[in-house]
Design a protein around this ligand. Structure first.
Ligand SMILES: [Fe+2]
Length: 360
């Protein structure tokens, strides 16, 4: 499968990307509300380690509705066939960030350290408020300690991995958590820092060209998709159900695709040819967003695969730093066949679903 062209693309925001403007005043009100909640609760490890503290969640749930209507408008799911939206621009000052942590553990630790002048806890709360406007934020018990807001930073020793901690290797286009039936419908990536304008790549299945036979083949459940390395690497004893690569949502094409974690060696030639064609097409329609600080990228994880171009990590405290939130859209339905999958024993941390459930 060719993977070479992505590294050549450095366009800031191609015109195919849907862009929505967050007015400065509205951005300020999001940050102000987050600040108010942060000050009320105080940063402490009990709250910041996973962000699942009941008081914090109650504040988010009770108050996100107070945000200006325009915030709710810009945070709705992407509306075009491209399946991605850039939202600009949250007010953010580089000096408030302090140094970029070296890994997700350090990011979580620093967020809970009241002695650090620069705590990213307020930004975590900001991300949760914004994500709650879009849908239900959730995490994974087995990823980044179950934290509801993930930190994406390049990490020493992980440069070549197929995970968000990598850097010098191309992060191949993939569906986030493709292995799991409860994977996110939307991903929100919030850019805190990106000094080298490292591009996030996105490709929509609704822009690819496949013939009828290829589509039909890719709709069949053919191969499993295994959990990625951020969940560990010991899944040999779990059942590995075959999944469909292509699906439908209200007549629109959807996909579930992660070749780096799919045992393609065991597929037959006809399937491989169709899969390869899909991969080539996804590369053809690939566009790159080089996020700037304060910008958010909303990715429709049912429609779009995302990746990242290779870059050289700095490891000097000024590295690229994104905050990532998984979001469930309760109104979305997935193929009934997925309901029987056990997701390799991986469990979601979905407190907002419980809160909503208790209300109704
Ligand atoms: Fe990803």
């Amino acid at each position: 499968m060719a993977k070479s062209v992505l590294s050549e693309r450095q366009t800031l925001h191609p015109s195919e990307l849907e862009r929505r403007e967050l007015p400065a005043e509205a951005g300020q009100s999001v940050r102000a509300l987050a600040q108010e909640i942060t000050v009320t609760l105080g940063a402490s490890p009990a709250i910041t380690t996973t962000l699942s503290d009941a008081t914090l969640l109650r504040h988010i749930e009770d108050r996100y509705t107070e945000l200006p209507e325009v915030v709710h408008q810009v945070m709705r799911a992407p509306a075009t066939a491209a399946g991605v939206t850039v939202i600009g621009q949250l007010p953010l000052c580089d000096t408030e960030l302090g140094t970029t942590p070296v890994d997700w553990r350090q990011a979580a630790e620093w967020a809970g350290d009241p002695d650090r002048a620069s705590s990213s806890f307020a930004l975590d709360v900001t991300m949760l408020l914004l994500a709650r406007c879009a849908g239900e934020p959730f995490g994974w018990q087995g990823q980044q300690g179950g934290r509801l807001v993930n930190n994406i930073v390049p990490t020493p020793g992980h440069e070549q991995e197929q995970s968000g901690a990598s850097s010098t290797t191309l992060l191949s286009p993939h569906t986030e958590d493709a292995f799991h039936p409860q994977r996110a419908n939307l991903l929100m990536l919030g850019c805190l820092r990106n000094p080298d304008r490292v591009g996030t790549t996105v490709s929509s299945v609704r822009r690819v060209e496949l013939d009828a036979a290829q589509r039909e083949r890719l709709r069949r459940r053919e191969l499993p998709i295994l959990p990625d390395v951020s969940y560990g690497d010991d899944f040999d004893t779990e059942p590995a159900p075959a999944v469909a690569t292509l699906g439908d949502d209200d007549g629109g094409l959807t996909l579930r695709f992660d070749p780096a974690y799919t045992p393609l060696d065991s597929a037959d030639g006809e399937f491989l040819a169709a899969y390869d064609r899909l991969a080539t097409e996804l590369e053809r329609v690939c566009i790159t967003a080089a996020l700037t600080p304060g910008e958010l990228l909303l990715v429709d994880n049912d429609v779009v695969v995302h990746g990242r171009v290779p870059f050289t990590p700095r490891y000097d405290g000024t590295d690229r730093w994104l905050k990532r939130v998984n979001i469930r859209l309760p109104q979305r339905r997935r193929a009934a066949a997925e309901a029987t999958e056990n997701g390799y024993g991986q469990r979601v941390v979905a407190p907002f679903r419980t809160i909503r459930g208790n209300r109704s």
